[in-house]
Design a protein around this ligand. Structure first.
Ligand code: 13P
Length: 256
């Protein structure tokens, strides 16, 4: 059997003070044992990034930001740039999370610029795609995700494709307790690979990690990891508790 590797990512959204973040980190580190085939990036709020940079250290562990501005600097009150988050300790950045699409009206043209900026800053972008409940019910989910891929990813060199991570997060499964079935998730992951192969025939997508996100918990993570199309998970609510996040990491570590 070919060796598999996984990314188990934690998106804390707008939760945790600096103090709470540091407590979480000590609890997690007390029981964490690294495995070479599992990477664990955590995406805290901006304010906790730099404090965690000094504390959340170890093999396989890294930090990411939840957003960045598409420009490197400028008169953009309240925004934060790629070089700033990089300096604060981020190696990764989430781009196009459905909550930013919904509440900040972020659209594909802007997201493509953000992916470009992230790569230029040496960050690994995790580009999030996914359909709404209405789109799933009317059967337009495959088209929706295809559009998000084709319009939201800028032209990339083969080496840059090698640094991109995708996350499929159906909006109806986020924070609702309703996980997509493994069949739904893996069918969409297959669709994503097919769309990319068709539109970029010269690129090899065998190694492109596609994560699933939406109500992932210790109880359902194992069956997701068992599916060959699923290369990891992006965990929201269950990543806020160090014990349950670690239990998800350990599910991935048990699989190879
Ligand atoms: P939940 O795991 O809370 O459903 O959140 C998923 C998510 O949005 C991760 O980015």
């Amino acid at each position: 059997m070919s060796k598999r590797s996984f990314i188990v990512a934690g998106n804390w959204k707008m939760y945790k003070s600096i103090e709470e973040a540091l407590q979480w980190s000590s609890r997690f580190l007390a029981d964490y044992r690294a495995a070479v085939h599992v990477q664990v990036p955590v995406f805290p709020p901006f304010t906790a990034l730099f404090p965690l940079h000094g504390a959340f250290r170890g093999p396989g562990l890294s930090l990411g930001a939840q957003n960045l501005h598409s420009d490197l600097q400028g008169a953009y009150t309240g925004e934060i740039s790629g070089p700033m988050i990089r300096e604060a300790g981020a190696d990764w950045v989430l781009i196009g999370h459905s909550e930013r699409r919904q509440y900040q009206q972020e659209q594909e043209a802007l997201l493509a610029e953000k992916i470009r900026t992230a790569l230029d800053c040496g960050l690994r972008p995790v580009y999030c795609v996914g359909e709404s409940l209405a789109e799933r019910e009317e059967g337009s989910h495959l088209d929706k995700v295809q559009q998000q891929l084709l319009q939201g990813i800028p032209p990339l060199s083969p080496a840059e494709w090698g640094r991109l991570v995708l996350a499929y997060e159906p909006v109806w499964a986020i924070g609702t307790g309703r996980t997509a079935t493994v069949e739904d998730a893996s069918a969409m992951h297959r669709h994503i690979r097919e769309v990319l192969v068709k539109t970029h025939p010269s690129i090899s997508f065998g190694e492109l990690p596609i994560l699933y996100g939406g109500s992932v918990k210790p109880e359902n993570a194992g069956e997701l990891f068992d599916h060959p199309e699923i290369n990891g998970v992006l965990v929201g609510g269950a990543s806020l508790d160090a014990g349950s996040f670690l239990a998800i990491v350990e599910e991935a570590q048990r699989r190879r």
